[in-house]
Design a protein around this ligand. Structure first.
Ligand SMILES: [Zn+2]
Length: 490
């Protein structure tokens, strides 16, 4: 940064921005050459240069999300005020994406910034709609240009994509090296995971189970939540080759059905399963939320400790006398060992599910057309929201109209998502995998799934005070099953 008197010329304080872009023509690749060009231009115009910013070695791809450190520093300087011009050699130096230009146009509304100038002699006046239009056109053209320049490489890739061929890279899970021949042992895992996920199990529980069984990833490692998430949602498993947002029929066989992918996507979009946030790390109780004290009617909570090393765990449910704020909420007199209590309720739940009569009422009523329609509705509304941003950028909408329309569009997106979530909760959350009995599924499925299955049939569990009922032995526990009441939903 060099010192110039701020009064040297009015409204012409200039920052120079240079960027190395690999994908472009070889011309002026060197940022120092770009800067020298800009400095020469500024000197000719007698514009004081108040800052020089350069980002090196950053991909020009519009998909790149790498931070541009100096770009951000430049924006910060502009926000402080007193900067009127951004000087660049050509438009693509400044922008990779339209959204970034929009940010700058907004900046021009609230700061001293007025102009983007290229050393090619083109000036974009950001305080007029003509100037804003021209700048947007320039960015659009630049993006097209970038696409055109790299066509030679891309054409090859795309040709392969259109043939449905694989683009190369590491071995995709479920397929042999080369990505074409199914590796049946892994395909089986994909099918299992998809089925379990659609049935309502959390990705976290599935990951824990796979790692517990010693089922490794394609590279022989343990699964992680994000990793499994990304893997099972790949469209390659429904025989789709994705390329730049387009789907092409793949040259390899599918492992999953398209409906399965749609159900997973719907579940992924539903509120109940927004992964992998809120991991409920501490949750270890089956019945919290629907277990109540028989003495005072208060909801009971889990308390106790997990097993650690040699020390055995001791989990129990209890009626709390006071809440965390010191308010009296219950009698505090009833508590029960969790292990026999959960066993009792679980067995009762299995019994309900194994009864063929109940099985009919509980049979999954997934209306796939409705799920598909809900997904489409969600995507349609999302696209509409995106369109609004473009309309605003191209002056189709005023700022006020934009803000208003955006609020409406956003709430519609929210509604669509909620509708999806409701469908998911009604239909899919508590499905029992078709090829397992419920007690088998109980063994492998995680706590979240067991909770949702239990909740599907159990209204509430009431625990009566033990009192002076004498000693009871039940399955080796000191526990009286007669003091537990289960109220069923069905
Ligand atoms: Zn109580």
């Amino acid at each position: 940064m060099e010192d110039y008197p701020a009064t040297f010329a009015r409204h012409s304080n200039t920052v120079i921005y240079a960027r190395l872009s690999k994908d472009r023509r070889k011309l002026s690749e060197n940022v120092n050459i770009q800067i020298a060009e800009c400095q020469g231009f500024a000197a000719d115009e007698s514009w004081p240069v108040v800052g020089i910013f350069k980002d090196n070695d950053i991909s020009a791809s519009k998909y790149s999300t790498k931070p541009r450190d100096d770009y951000n520093r430049m924006v910060a300087i502009i926000k402080r005020g007193g900067v009127h011009n951004i000087l660049i050699t050509e438009m693509p130096r400044l922008y990779r994406r339209l959204e970034e230009l929009l940010d700058l146009i907004r900046l021009a509304e609230s700061t001293d910034l007025r102009r983007i100038q290229t050393t090619e002699g083109i000036s974009y006046n950001l305080s007029t709609s003509e100037g804003i239009h021209a700048a947007i056109d320039a960015v659009n053209n630049a993006m097209r240009e970038v696409a055109r320049i790299s066509t030679r490489i891309k054409r090859k890739v795309k040709a392969r994509a259109k043939d449905g061929q694989w683009h190369g890279g590491g071995r995709p899970y479920g397929y042999e090296e080369g990505g074409i021949i199914v590796r049946e042992s892994e395909a089986e895992v994909i099918r299992e995971c998809a089925k379990r996920f659609v049935a309502g199990e959390s990705i976290r529980d599935i990951v824990r189970d796979l790692n517990g069984r010693g089922v490794p990833t394609a590279t022989g490692k343990e699964w992680r939540i994000e990793n499994l998430q990304r893997t099972i949602m790949k469209k390659r498993y429904i025989g789709v080759r994705e390329y730049e947002g387009q789907d092409y029929p793949a040259a390899w066989p599918a492992i999953l059905k398209t409906e399965q992918w749609e159900q997973m996507e719907a579940r992924r979009l539903s509120r109940a399963s927004r992964w992998p946030k809120s991991p409920h790390k501490g949750r270890k109780y089956l019945l919290t939320g629907f277990i109540y004290c028989g003495n005072c009617g208060t909801a009971m909570v889990g308390s106790g400790r997990s097993p650690e090393g040699d020390r055995p765990g001791y989990l129990r449910y209890r009626c709390r006398y006071m809440d965390n704020h010191g308010r009296v909420i219950g009698c505090g007199k009833v508590f029960r060992n969790a292990a026999p209590l959960e066993l009792l309720v679980s067995e009762a739940v299995w019994h309900v599910f194994d009864n063929p009569k109940t099985a009919i009422t509980l049979a999954p009523k997934v209306d796939e057309d409705r799920v598909r329609a809900a997904v489409e509705e969600y995507e349609r509304r999302k696209a509409k929201l995106d369109q609004l941003v473009t309309d605003y950028a191209t002056d189709v909408l005023t700022k006020d109209q934009f803000v208003l329309a955006k609020g409406v569009a956003e709430s519609k997106v929210f509604d669509a998502r909620s509708a999806l979530a409701a469908l998911q909760d009604d239909n899919a959350l508590a499905r029992v995998p078709a090829d397992q009995t419920i007690s088998e599924a109980w063994e492998t499925a995680g706590l979240d799934w067991r909770r949702s299955v239990t909740r599907l049939v159990v209204e509430r569990v009431t625990v009566q005070p033990a009192g002076a009922g004498g000693f009871h032995d039940w399955r080796g526990y000191r526990f009286n099953p007669d003091l537990i009441q289960i109220k069923w939903k069905v």
